[in-house]
Design a protein around this ligand. Structure first.
Ligand code: PEP
Ligand code: MG
Length: 886
């Protein structure tokens, strides 16, 4: 088996095998770009190592052969005492996991080759010893688990002894001394000398990269980002180029467009006289890439040329890492870059304009989760709130919360339900837990490409980085900014778009994208690239999609908003929501009625109220279908809680008060009490046991439809019966309803459909029979999931889902995203058998899944006619339905 590929042998399609970094290094090599020569060890080798605990047969020989050919190409041998070849050993998985796995630089240096390196660098001893101490530090920490602080401590001591804060002030002798100190630390922790044999260094570094796939933080990151656990990482062995050879050298990171806003231009950070990881680690503050033009015009021009070439080749935003070694530019990495939600839309629109992609492709380049993010509110600022600091808007959004300084405290407070802002000088991969728990992240160091920035953008979490006016003192749990002192627990607000930092809690306002959906921003007249891009892509999604999108709404107001957001009708009007508030008492009367007369009076009082509700909704949804569901939840939800009532009655009796009425209520509540209300008297069962209840609702619906028609409107009611499990239930309700409808509608021309929810597994499995009596099905995937898995939808998420997620029983709650194999299979069966029995049967879904991106794709595949979701999810569903169809 082939485990090692030369860069010239791979290409960008081989990410599974070569990892993202390796595949793209190969692609750049084949484009003729200046990539330092090297080779990639495949993810297959890593997987074999991780399963068997040793390198697979043949790997060592293949590495040897590739190393020899690399040595020939470079005209140097690894670790040669006189003229050493040095290599970096870099991880690179299929999906980027910034900073989560290991890298070792300068492999091949030892006590002898350090002298050769100095000669290579023109007698630059300082550089050679600095490179050597970096190797021992990185190798010690990564390969041999020597605590990193020990090295940092020794470095600080050396600087202290020299009376400086700056690494660059340490001279060759200082660094030689530091190498000795590092070696002692190495021996102390590993019980052996630092390995001098270059090939041993290489083999151990490769093994350490393999093993870093299962580092705790990598596992956590994969879980968060839903990256499968069994992919393994590739390992890239790359000949070293040096950005720390002097002022004519340096290293940087760049984007071909702004990953924050999508704007065209040159975005990046550059750090002169520095090596690779210094930039990403955010340890020294970088300068904007534009300044490179002054420092080294020819490299700058070459870099811009390469960036344009890469964009055209990848037809997308690329991010790159590069190094300049004494005026010579080298490309160390490229990939299609991560971007914010806004940038994703803007860039997709621009690439269409530039003719690089078509609109179908543009739809693939964005997604519903990004659109949802753009609908988040932003800060509403007035004179009261003045920023106290400005950093870099590293990941957009508006976040307020209590300041915390450690990952552990962030996790603790978040678990108590607090919003927290994690404040650090800079984050490192060990802060991941805290970053996940926090509402936002604020750092005083680092650029747009620092660890905090990259990780936050990936998570869609608000982040301001490099706010250097902040003096962060983690041990004292405070930061100072100007004359303000901010302690742990104080409130701050951060704006991840502008980079501004405010003290206190700033109020928020709706997003521009929402204003556009609301109709208060006309895309043609808006000088706003984002709104125009959203408009254009949404228009294409609407033209492309086969699924219609409706909304779940039970007030005129929600109906109107959803319609502005593009809803094409109501897929679920939950009528029980209309019985709350003042009307609760009427419902109480209905439940407590002892005679037919009392019950009829209560129903008669409810009828006009219901009718008025429906008139309002039909007006708002003029011309569009409105699915009204007959009352569903257990009636005792409308009555006072049993325990409280019992206590009240007992107390009143004690005082000798007249409690006849309360006693009657208590008796009724006792009578209706259920141990498992979700599986009890609800849905169609209610309609069958309380005479006149469904009839009243059907009459109100039909009368409202007639009234709206008389005033010139068009009402298209669809009456939906909940919780049906057997066709007989539906037939009984339907027979009664049809009589009432015929009587009310007369010759008004109103047409009323009668259908059912499919939310009990038995209904899905007998859908063929049920379809005989139903004019439409709407899948209630909330209850279908509840009853399909036997998971109480009100209890389980907090109780034990965390464990299920941890064990990987599912990757996401089945209440959030449809379980395709199980609950989804019920949907598929019911759709097929329902349509077989009644060709053209209208099928929709109205559970929460109707607004979940992944589920929308599933419903498209199954062939439903529409999805229905809450008003704010309507644009997301429209977009995803479009994406599912291209
Ligand atoms: C469902 O069960 O999916 C549904 C839409 O009904 P409800 O959420 O009201 O039970
Ligand atoms: Mg339901």
């Amino acid at each position: 088996q082939k485990y090692v590929y030369d860069f010239a042998e791979g290409n960008k399609e081989l990410k599974d095998l070569l990892g993202g970094k390796g595949a793209n290094l190969a692609e750049m090599t084949n484009l003729g770009l200046p990539v330092p020569p090297g080779f990639t060890i495949t993810t297959e080798a890593c997987k074999a190592y991780l399963t068997t605990g040793r390198e697979p047969d043949g790997l060592a020989g293949q590495i040897e052969a590739h190393l020899e050919s690399l040595e020939r190409e470079m005209g140097r041998r690894l670790g040669d005492p006189d003229d050493p070849l040095l290599v970096s050993v870099r991880s690179g998985a299929k999906f980027s996991m910034p900073g989560m796995m290991e890298t070792v630089l300068n492999v091949g240096l030892n006590d002898r080759s350090v002298v050769g390196l100095s000669a290579q660098a023109g007698g630059n001893d300082r550089f050679a010893w600095d490179s050597y101490r970096r190797l021992i530090q990185m190798f010690g920490k990564t390969v041999c688990e020597v605590p990193g602080e020990e090295f940092e401590h020794a470095l600080d001591e050396a600087k202290h002894a020299k009376g400086t804060q700056n690494d660059l002030d340490l001279d060759a002798d200082d660094l030689r001394g530091l190498v000795d100190a590092y070696k002692k630390i190495f021996v102390k922790h590993t019980g052996r000398e630092f390995p001098q044999e270059p090939r041993e260094q290489l083999d151990l570094a490769i093994r350490a990269v393999f093993e870093s796939w299962n580092a705790e933080r990598a596992i956590l990151y994969r879980r968060q980002e839903r990256i499968p656990a069994d992919l393994g990482t590739a390992v890239n062995v790359v000949s070293m180029v040096f950005g720390n050879l002097g002022p004519d050298s340096g290293t940087g990171v760049a984007f071909t467009r702004d990953p924050g806003s999508g704007a065209q231009g040159i975005y990046g950070d550059y750090l002169a006289n520095a090596q690779g990881e210094d930039v990403v680690a955010g340890i020294r503050n970088t300068v904007p890439l534009q300044e490179l033009e002054q420092l080294d015009k020819s490299s700058y021009d070459e870099l811009l040329g390469i960036m344009a070439r890469l964009e055209e080749h990848y037809r997308d935003l690329c991010d790159i890492e590069f190094t300049i070694e004494r005026g010579k530019l080298w490309m160390l990495q490229t990939r299609v870059g991560k971007r914010t939600a806004a940038a994703a839309f803007v860039i997709a629109g621009q690439l269409v304009d530039e003719g690089l992609i078509d609109l179908d492709e543009a739809l693939h380049r964005v997604n519903g989760a990004q659109l949802a993010q753009l609908m988040f509110p932003r800060f509403q600022l007035d004179h009261e709130f003045q920023p106290v600091a400005k950093g870099i808007g590293a990941s957009p959004g508006a976040a307020s919360g209590k300041v915390v300084f450690t990952s552990a405290r962030a996790v603790e407070l978040a678990a108590e339900g607090e919003s927290v802002i994690l404040v650090r000088r800079e984050t490192n991969p060990d802060d991941l837990n805290g970053m996940i728990a926090a509402q936002g992240i604020l750092t005083s160091r680092g650029g747009k490409t620092s660890h905090a920035a990259v990780v936050a953008r990936g998570m869609g979490k608000t982040c301001v980085s490099g706010a250097d006016a902040l003096e962060v003192n983690v041990p004292a749990k405070k930061f100072t900014v100007g004359e303000h002192v901010v302690n742990e627990g104080d409130l701050v607000s951060i704006d991840g778009t502008t980079g501004k930092v405010y003290l206190g809690e700033v109020p928020v306002m709706p997003s521009e994208v929402v204003q556009y959906f609301e109709g208060s921003l006309e895309p043609e007249h808006v000088d706003n690239a984002l709104v125009r891009a959203v408009h254009r892509i949404m228009t294409h999604a609407d033209a492309t999609r086969r699924l219609a999108v409706r909304t779940n709404a039970d007030t005129g107001e929600d109906a109107a908003r959803a319609r502005r957001f593009g809803a094409e009708g109501i897929g679920l009007c939950r009528t029980e929501h209309m019985f709350l508030g003042d009307r609760r008492e009427l419902v109480e009367r209905l439940i407590l009625a002892r005679t037919d007369g009392e019950r009829d009076d209560a129903l008669a009082a409810l009828l006009p109220l219901q009718r008025a509700d429906f008139i309002e909704i039909f007006r708002e949804m003029d011309g569009l279908p409105v699915t009204v569901r007959l009352i569903d939840p257990p009636l005792h939800e409308f009555l006072p809680p049993l325990e409280q009532l019992a206590v009240n009655v007992a107390v009143a009796q004690e005082r000798g008060e007249d409690v006849a009425k309360e006693e009657a209520l208590l008796a009724a509540v006792r009578r209706m009490h259920e141990e498992n209300p979700m599986l009890g008297l609800r849905g169609v069962r209610l309609g069958l046991v309380i005479p006149g209840l469904f009839a009243m609702q059907v009459r109100a619906i039909a009368e409202a439809a007639v009234a709206v028609t008389r005033e010139g409107g068009t009402a298209c009611p669809e009456i939906m019966v909940p919780l049906v499990g057997a066709v007989q239930e539906l037939e009984t309700v339907r027979a009664e309803a049809e009589k009432i409808i015929a009587e009310v509608v007369g010759d008004s021309g109103v047409e009323v459909l009668i259908g059912t929810m499919i939310e009990v597994p038995r209904a899905a499995l007998t859908a063929g029979q049920i379809a005989e009596a139903a004019q439409f099905f709407s899948f209630g995937t909330n209850d279908l999931t509840q009853m399909g898995w036997g998971f109480s939808r009100d209890d389980v998420e907090g109780a034990f889902f965390w464990r299920y997620l941890e064990l990987g029983i599912f990757g996401i709650s089945p209440f959030e995203s449809i379980d395709r194999e199980g609950v989804g299979r019920l949907v598929r069966i019911a759709a097929e058998e329902g349509r077989a029995a009644r060709p053209g049967l209208k099928l929709g879904v109205c559970g929460e899944h109707g607004g979940d991106p992944d589920s929308v794709h599933f419903f498209h595949e199954v062939g439903l006619d529409y999805v229905s979701c809450s008003p704010f999810r309507v644009p997301v569903a429209r977009l995803e339905a479009g994406r599912a169809a291209v």
